[in-house]
Design a protein around this ligand. Structure first.
Ligand SMILES: Cc1ncc(COP(=O)(O)O)c(C=O)c1O
Ligand SMILES: N[C@@H](CCOP(=O)(O)O)C(=O)O
Length: 459
């Protein structure tokens, strides 16, 4: 399996090169040349454990890693999860809640980043050399990535977060990791600013090459790939439980990485009838799927801070499929967005961009109300991001197709929102243990050159 850039200006490369490259040199995102059709494998796959399934899915894409090595990488990566099923689903009201928060940092990011951390170490051990990771986070990628690579030889990790715009516990999870290879930078700006600094730095190809920069964000193909696995796993559990022939997924969305993984699973043959895209007040993606217009806005802080994003990195991968894999058309659209702050696609005959998607937004009041209602009716506490997904899913219930709502983080990470919703905090021992932890973090202006200078001084 070889990888190409959405912008068409790169020779195809192998999986391990794709993992180390992160963002393509032409500024595009990497995708496999072809997606495999796995329709005839689904029945056999439905009987596998999570790690067995991860092996079968990932080996179709990681064709330059020997099977025995890949199996070991996967087993090591998911041994750190506290639930034996890795990503279990539970019945809550009308929905299946897919709990993706049983990894070390209590968010869905661990599913891919435990694997990616081990994959980086594996590739560096085989090839030699060093890797300097530059990442941007609105709260969860940062700590999951840091926990995936802390203390690993020949890897440094530099994570930028928007100062004061993550939850206090999310910040503590990152800044309390004191390993010498971990650097936290609090940027005076939004997550979009952090992501822009990251992509601009990667866009300076000589600088990126000289300093061996790599990516842990969903820019990295391996992130999206590892996330496709739980769509298959959860669909199998729900299909066998309900006897339905299709499922729908509701996904709280910011950078469009998680829902893209669902889209790819559907394109590969998983019977998904609908992908319900849910945003908070930062609703560029909801507006796009409902109107065909993807137009820039300033991100505002909300109680689901990890989704406070108005430029969605992986949207470019979806758009590439939407324009029929025509790189030139994709580049024109991305240039429109860069130059005019807006890009437009035509609506179909049913008046939407894509019948596979249904999109909606939840605001602060509806998020708090949903958390409260689910606690009162079902004794289940949703985190604020998951609550946005559940709230929007309620509008798109289907009698034939059961809905799986992705629970992307543990509620204990968002103390204030949970107190505001149900009047008391929920706890998790991993987070309680951080109460008196020492922290280390530097503040920095929203300035690409300053970040580059910081990298040069600390690599
Ligand atoms: C808890 C949580 N939910 C949802 C999201 C949105 O996921 P994505 O950015 O892949 O759309 C994020 C951030 O990525 C997150 O941390
Ligand atoms: N919500 C994310 C933002 C970064 O997304 P990624 O999927 O591209 O890493 C976060 O928690 O940092």
């Amino acid at each position: 399996m070889k990888y190409i850039s959405t912008r068409g200006q790169m020779e195809p490369i192998e999986f391990q090169d794709a993992v180390m490259t992160g963002l393509a040199p032409d500024g595009g995102l990497l995708l496999p040349q072809e997606l495999p059709d796995v329709g005839n494998k689904l029945e056999a796959w439905s009987k596998l454990s999570y790690t067995e399934l991860a092996f079968e899915v990932i080996r179709l894409f990681a064709t330059d890693i020997p099977d025995a090595d890949l199996k070991q990488l996967i087993d090591d990566s998911y041994a750190t999860f506290e639930h034996p099923e890795v990503c279990p689903s539970v019945d809550v009201g009308d929905f299946q809640i897919l709990e993706l928060f049983h990894g070390p940092t209590l968010a869905f990011k661990d599913v891919a980043l435990q694997f990616l951390g081990n994959l980086f170490a594996y590739i560096l051990e085989k090839r030699g050399g060093k890797l300097n990771i530059l990442g941007a986070t609105s709260g969860d990628t940062g700590s999951a990535a840091i926990h995936g690579v802390r203390g690993k030889p020949n890897i440094n990790i530099f994570i930028m977060h928007p100062e004061g715009r993550t939850s206090p516990l999310q910040e503590k999870q990152m800044t309390s990791v004191l390993d010498a290879n971990v650097f936290n930078l609090a940027v005076d700006g939004s997550f979009d600013d952090c992501q822009n600094i990251m992509k601009t730095t990667f866009g300076d190809v000589p600088f990126k090459t000289e300093h061996s920069l790599g990516s842990v964000n969903s820019v990295n193909w391996a992130r999206v790939l590892a996330q496709t696995v739980y769509y298959f796993y959860a669909a199998f559990r729900t299909l066998e439980k309900t006897g339905a022939s299709t499922v729908q997924f509701s996904v709280p969305t910011g950078n469009f990485g998680d829902i893209l993984a669902g889209y790819l699973a559907q394109q590969m043959g998983l019977p998904v009838s609908k992908l319900i895209l849910a945003t908070n007040e930062n609703d560029i993606l909801t507006r796009f799927f409902n109107t065909g217009e993807y137009s820039k806005a300033q991100a505002v802080p909300t109680i689901s801070p990890s989704m406070d994003i108005q430029v969605a990195s992986n949207f470019e991968r979806y758009l590439y499929f939407k324009v029929g894999k025509d790189a030139a058309k994709l580049v024109d659209l991305m240039n429109d967005f860069k130059d005019k702050g807006v890009l437009k696609v035509a609506l179909n005959e049913t008046g939407v961009v894509d019948d596979l998607f249904a999109a909606g937004r939840g605001d602060t009041a509806s998020t708090l109300e949903t958390i409260k209602r689910y606690k009162e009716q079902y004794g289940y506490v949703l985190d604020p991001h998951t609550a946005v997904g559940v709230y929007v899913a309620e509008k798109f219930r289907s009698p034939e197709s059961p809905t799986i709502c992705l629970a992307t983080a543990h509620p204990a990470k968002f103390t204030q929102a949970i107190i505001d919703a149900i009047g008391e905090a929920v706890h998790h021992p991993t987070l309680d243990a951080l109460e008196h932890a020492e922290t280390r973090c530097e503040t920095i202006a929203n300035d690409v050159d300053l970040v580059k200078q910081y990298l040069v001084e600390h690599i």
